[in-house]
Design a binder for this molecule. Structure first.
Ligand code: 5CA
Ligand code: ZN
Length: 412
């Protein structure tokens, strides 16, 4: 699939430190140490509706990781999928009486435009589920040979018991898994399953649904096996970071890790499992199924500066759960105007310590609020909010503009 165009990234004269991230599996910080290129997989959208601010927060978070690695001198191989065939997409297409392919293409294109406007660096490989069906079939075949697959009527299931490390990614108890599973696409009650937590890898053809041929009969891929197959194909084993929102901790990333570790024994799926918090609105998680959404494209259409959207999102630490409040957008618009006033002066307060603080904060578990606070302080000092403007550094603006663009992704 086609990704979106890349913004230019200015080269910085100083390198950022090694990047540390909170790892869901080990429940603590891990300093990433990519060998050669850093390898990143971030779960993409299910394109049945427009990009909302929750999605945007997640993609901006991993964009900060991508940029922090680049600042530290690494090349990054970034892979993202598009779940362009799955239950929620087919259900929405049927409900609004649109062809499912058309709906997926339309919403994927809108996502590309939103990501471009937010200056999110594109993945090197942007890969759809449909175009990956041969990879999925190969992976299921391998799992089947290893005895990890069984049939229930026309569907194929993966046995969670095949993976001795099942549960290690999320760290959840079985009780909690069983409670949450049905809310996230699981079917624990289905008769004929060996374990209620087993997941579908191939869903046999149903009336009115699209299907593809396979050695097990016509059908379509399950969700988790899609991401496993795409990540393994484009990144290999034990890639650096698997990312997504915290609603993917279980079952999605647990199952992906399991499929991969069973298919290639002894090789973990990813080295770090990184998860962003959930953005809420009106008291609940922002989600397509609840309908409490603020769309990036709607804000853009009402002439909001996308850089203000990006700034408002980055004011929150990526791992925090938080509520979108419209006023924060107007604060971001005002902040950007102040930043622009200070940067237009050319000279300003000393820039080198600010550049260092921004890079250090971002390398420390993507601490964007701390990085932004450093820029705010520079702006205050430069404009002289205490009546004492500091313009002692003649090249300050050029240096600041460079790090704000390269590391924070803001064009100001
Ligand atoms: N296609 C699958 C992943 S393979 C999927 O979860 N698609 S999605 O469209 O539902 O979500 C896309 C990304 O946005 C996921 O990483 C998800 O965790 C994240 N996300 C969804 N809702 C929110 C929210 N309210 N706040 C933060 N991130 C969210
Ligand atoms: Zn995924």
């Amino acid at each position: 699939m086609r990704a979106w165009p890349s913004p230019d990234i200015p080269t910085l004269s100083v390198a950022g430190p090694a990047v540390t991230l909170h790892d869901t599996a080990s429940r603590g910080p891990v300093t990433t140490s990519p060998e050669g290129s850093a390898r990143l997989y971030v779960c993409g959208i299910t394109p049945y509706d427009a990009t909302h601010l929750g999605h945007a927060a997640t993609y901006v978070a991993f964009d900060l990781l991508n940029r922090a690695w680049r600042s530290a001198g690494h090349d990054v191989v970034y892979v993202q999928n598009v779940t362009d065939v799955d239950d929620p997409l087919l259900e929405r297409a049927a409900k609004v009486k649109v062809d499912w392919v058309e709906l997926a293409e339309r919403e994927t294109e809108l996502f590309r435009q939103d990501m471009t406007a937010l200056r999110v660096l594109p993945p090197a490989h942007y890969v759809g589920a449909v175009e990956s069906i041969p990879l999925v079939i190969d992976l299921i075949g391998r799992l089947d040979e290893l005895g990890a697959i069984y049939r229930v009527e026309d569907d194929l299931y993966y046995s969670v018991s095949a993976d001795p490390a099942f549960g290690a990614e999320s760290g959840w108890t079985r009780e909690r898994m069983l409670e949450i599973y049905p809310e996230r696409g699981g079917d624990p009650e289905r008769p004929g399953k060996k374990d209620p937590l087993d997941c579908v890898v191939w869903r046999g053809r149903r009336e009115g649904e699209p299907s593809w041929e396979s050695p097990w009969g016509p059908g379509r891929p399950g969700w988790h096996v899609e991401c496993t197959a795409i990540a393994q194909e484009h990144l290999g084993g034990a890639f650096d970071v698997q990312g997504g929102g915290s609603d993917l901790v279980f079952p999605h990333h647990e199952m992906c890790a399991g499929h991969a570790q069973v298919a290639v024994p002894g090789t973990p799926f990813a080295q770090v499992y990184s998860h962003g918090g959930m953005v809420g609105y009106d008291g609940e998680k922002m989600s397509k199924s609840r309908g409490n959404l603020v769309f990036v494209s709607a804000l853009r259409n009402s002439d909001v500066d996308p850089m203000a959207i990006r700034l408002a999102l980055m004011r929150h630490h990526y791992r925090a759960d938080w509520e979108w409040v419209d006023e924060e957008l107007w604060t971001a618009v005002d902040d950007l105007a102040r930043w622009r006033r200070a940067l237009a002066l050319g000279a300003g307060a000393p820039a080198a310590p600010v550049v260092e603080e921004v890079l250090t904060a971002l390398a420390d578990d993507l601490d964007a609020p701390r990085a932004l606070a450093a820029v705010d302080s520079w702006v205050d000092a430069t404009l002289g909010t205490d009546g004492l403007a500091d313009t002692s550094d003649p090249d300050a603006a050029v240096q600041l503009l460079g790090v704000i663009d390269a590391a924070l992704g803001l064009l100001v």
